[in-house]
Structures are given as C-alpha cells and as structure tokens.
Design a protein around this ligand. Structure first.
Ligand code: IMP
Length: 426
C-alpha cells in the first residue's frame, strides 16, 4: 500500500480538517506530518463543532489509528487541553492516538522567543501565530531540541533546564523578560500526560502498516504557499508543508506516496503578513470574510480575502504532484453577480503565469478574468451534477487550466455538505 497525502494548496485554512474527517472512513491510519498548534483544523458533525490543533482529524472515527509523526512539533500545554476535551466528548484516546518519539517539543520559552522575535521585527513581522513554532524548529535544525522520546529518560529535566537557560540568555538579548512560570506548570503537567500515552517509533509503525496492506492518509497543516522553502519567504511557517514533508515527517520513502489530494478554496485567504497578489481591500473582500466566517481557528484574527490565484495554484500543484483536486467553500460566493480569477501576473512589465523568485519586494499585479456568479442552495443536493451551471462551468474551466480533476466539492462545514464529482467518491 501507499500513503495518500491531503494538503492545502494556498495559505492554509482551505478546510483540510473537514475533508480529512470525510475521507477518514476510507483509511486505516491518519497521520499528521508537520506543523504544530499553529494549525486549527475545524470539524463539524451532528451539531458539534470541534477544532483540532495537533491531533489528526481522524480522531472522531472509532477504530482508526491516529499518528502524530516525527515532523510535528508538540506544545504539551495545548496538547493536554486537546486530549482533555476529547476525553470529555467520550473519544477513546488510549486506543487510537499514537505519538512519534521523534516529534519535537515546544517549550514555554519557545513561545516567548517567538513573541520576542516578532516584536523585534516591528513592521516587518511575520504575523506568526506566536505558538513557538519557529523557535522550536530552529532548535530542531540547530540540534538543540528536546523530543518526545527524551521524556522517557531520567536526564530529561536536566536537559530541559539547560535549554531553558540558553533561551533565557537569548531573551535577555531581546530585552524580553522570561515570565514562563505559570505556563511552565502546565507544560510539566502536559509532559506527565504524554509520558502515559502511546509513544511509538512511528517510521517503523507506518511502514509496517503499509506492508500489511493498511491504508494511510497523511494530513497536511498550514498550506503550500507557507512552505519554508517554496512559500513567500520570509512570510512562511517553519516546516515543509508540501508532499515532500510527508516523507521526512513520517519516515516514508518517496516511492510510497500514492494519491495527492490538493485542497483549495473557490477564492483565497491569508492570515498574517506577506504578499497576497489577489487581495481585495474593499467591500467584496469584507463580504467574503463575513459570509465565509474567515477568522483564524487558532488565533481568531480576521483573514485577508481575495480572488482565486491560478499562477499560485499551478505552482503548488507542481510542487506537490497533486493527482486530485478538492474545492471548498464555493457556497460563500453564492449570490455574487460575478466572480474573478487571476490567470496571470504582470511582473516587471511582463505577463507571466509562474511564481517569480521574489514577490515580497517586487509586487506582481494580477490579471483577472471574470465569470458569472452562481446561486447555491445546498439542501437536497446529492452530488456535484446538481450544482448550478455557472459553478460547474467555473470548475470545468479550472480543471482545464490546472490539468487535474476536481473530484470533490465541499459546500458547507458539515460532513454531509460534501459532493462527489467522481463516482469513486460517491
Ligand atoms: P507560525 O507558523 O505560527 O510562525 O506563522 C507563520 C505564518 O504562517 C503566519 O503568517 C501565520 O499566520 C501563518 N500560519 C501558520 N499556521 C497557519 C495555519 O494553520 N493556517 C493559516 N496560516 C497559518
């Protein structure tokens, strides 16, 4: 068997949590491979709305194995809150949640370093979620980090104290006071809880599942345009959010990658700073934000909204090797007289349809194409053949432009509001 991958093709918040939850019944194992509690994957079913930050979105399906892979960074405080909330809802974590020993820990001082670094950047700040993601990955690549498996060893406290001392020096450099005491209490409680959980060598477990014929779905976090290598650097997150991150974040070989599901919204959003060529700083942008409830699931920040960006989408389809597309939220645009799509950029006076090296200091101007809008009443719809003609035409146009089929259309947050465009997903 191979690992199928599901990831976002834009700047995050494409609706990955919902779609993983919908696809979960088809898989035996769901695994997160990068990112951490900067993610907020929202799931809605049976009148319940739940946001997951670190735990894979297959957790509500009894009998499915959920793995937090080595590429993930875990904040024990946030993780404990997530686990406590799930236990309260009657989810049996003890049997279906597993954590890689090689996943790195986010320390309370990582959060403070994140805040100090952002404050020092002034207007050039990244707009980080301030969850300590960047500093934790810096310690990982700097070979200073602490991993989940370290908590099983007696030397953990000494190593923790040494790293905190190092961080305190750095905080002094930033003239930032180290005030972690309260958070540290929660951190140590979280560590105790993690110690009692199923800690595994996930690279062996996942490969073992594959060789036994079990199906695995890798769940991406953030979005491809926030990838540390290929995103709009430096306005990116600190991990590889693309398909390649699955290999390093779970320990699976490239030859073991199967389908790659790329999720995109019918429009674009971005939270935090950084370039956004199709951003709408007008009432249309505000309307999309309001109707689409475009506020961060983790931070509550209003998301910036704009039209769909095809050069960006072509770029992330290429980077990820996307085999199937999933569109979300066309319902948000219901009632718009017309909608627009960016087909090209004007860059240094030329019309291009690729992503140039630097769109941070060298702005690109979007070339827009207009489409008639649609009215979408989701009630009673069973599959995508019942979608309004204008929306079907729009999707057909995108398929032709992007060269990849759109197999699922999500028309609302609930599990049930999901339409197949291909019999395989009926
Ligand atoms: P960090 O990963 O928290 O440091 O944030 C870096 C950038 O990525 C900021 O612009 C964040 O707003 C953005 N970001 C991080 N995680 C997410 C996410 O899950 N969805 C959308 N944007 C995110």
């Amino acid at each position: 068997m191979k690992v199928d991958v599901l990831l976002g093709l834009q700047w995050g918040d494409e609706g990955k949590g919902k779609v993983v939850d919908v696809l979960a019944p088809r898989y035996d194992v769901i695994a997160r491979f990068q990112g951490g509690p900067n993610a907020g994957h929202t799931l809605e079913f049976e009148g319940i709305k739940h946001v997951l930050h670190t735990i894979p979105s297959g957790i509500f399906h009894p009998g499915k194995v959920n793995i937090i892979g080595n590429g993930v960074v875990i904040d024990p405080v946030i993780f404990k809150k997530e686990v406590d909330a799930l236990i309260k809802m009657g989810v049996d974590i003890s049997k279906n949640l597993f954590i890689s020993r090689k996943a790195h820990l986010i320390l309370p001082t990582h959060r403070m370093l994140d805040a100090a670094s952002e404050a020092s950047k002034g207007k050039a700040k990244i707009g980080s979620t301030l969850k300590g993601i960047g500093p934790a990955y810096m310690d990982k690549t700097g070979r200073n980090g602490l991993r989940v498996g370290d908590i099983e060893h007696s030397g953990f406290q000494a190593r923790y104290d040494a790293l905190v001392a190092k961080h305190t020096e750095l905080l002094n450099f930033y003239h930032f006071e180290n005030s972690i005491t309260e958070y540290e209490k929660g951190f140590l409680e979280g560590i105790e809880m993690i110690r009692s959980m199923n800690l595994i060598d996930s690279e062996y477990e996942i490969n073992d599942f594959l060789s036994k014929g079990k199906s695995v779905l890798a769940e991406g976090a953030q979005g491809s345009l926030l990838d540390i290598d290929f995103g709009s650097y430096p306005f990116v997150t600190s991990s590889n959010t693309i398909t390649a991150g699955t290999c390093t974040g779970l320990g699976v070989a490239p030859s073991k990658i199967g389908e790659v599901y790329g999720i995109f919204k019918a429009y674009c959003t971005r939270v935090g700073s950084g370039p956004f060529p199709t951003e709408l700083n007008d009432e249309t942008g505000e309307l999309i934000r309001k109707v689409g409830n475009e506020f961060g699931a983790t931070t509550g920040r209003p998301r910036r909204c704009g039209w769909l960006d095809l050069p960006a989408l072509k770029y992330t389809i290429l980077l990820n090797g996307v085999t199937k597309l999933i569109m979300t939220k066309p319902d948000v645009l219901s009632g718009f007289k017309s909608i627009s799509v960016c087909t090209h950029y004007i860059y240094e006076g030329r019309k291009i349809d690729h992503m140039p090296f630097d769109i941070v200091n060298n702005e690109v101007q979007p070339v827009l194409m207009e489409f008639p809008g649609w009215t979408l009443q989701g009630d009673g719809m069973n599959d995508a053949s019942q979608l309004p003609k204008e929306l079907s035409d729009y999707i057909n146009f995108l398929e032709t432009e992007l060269g990849v089929p759109v197999v699922i259309v999500s028309i609302g947050p609930d599990r049930k509001e999901t339409l197949a465009r291909h019999p395989e997903f009926a």
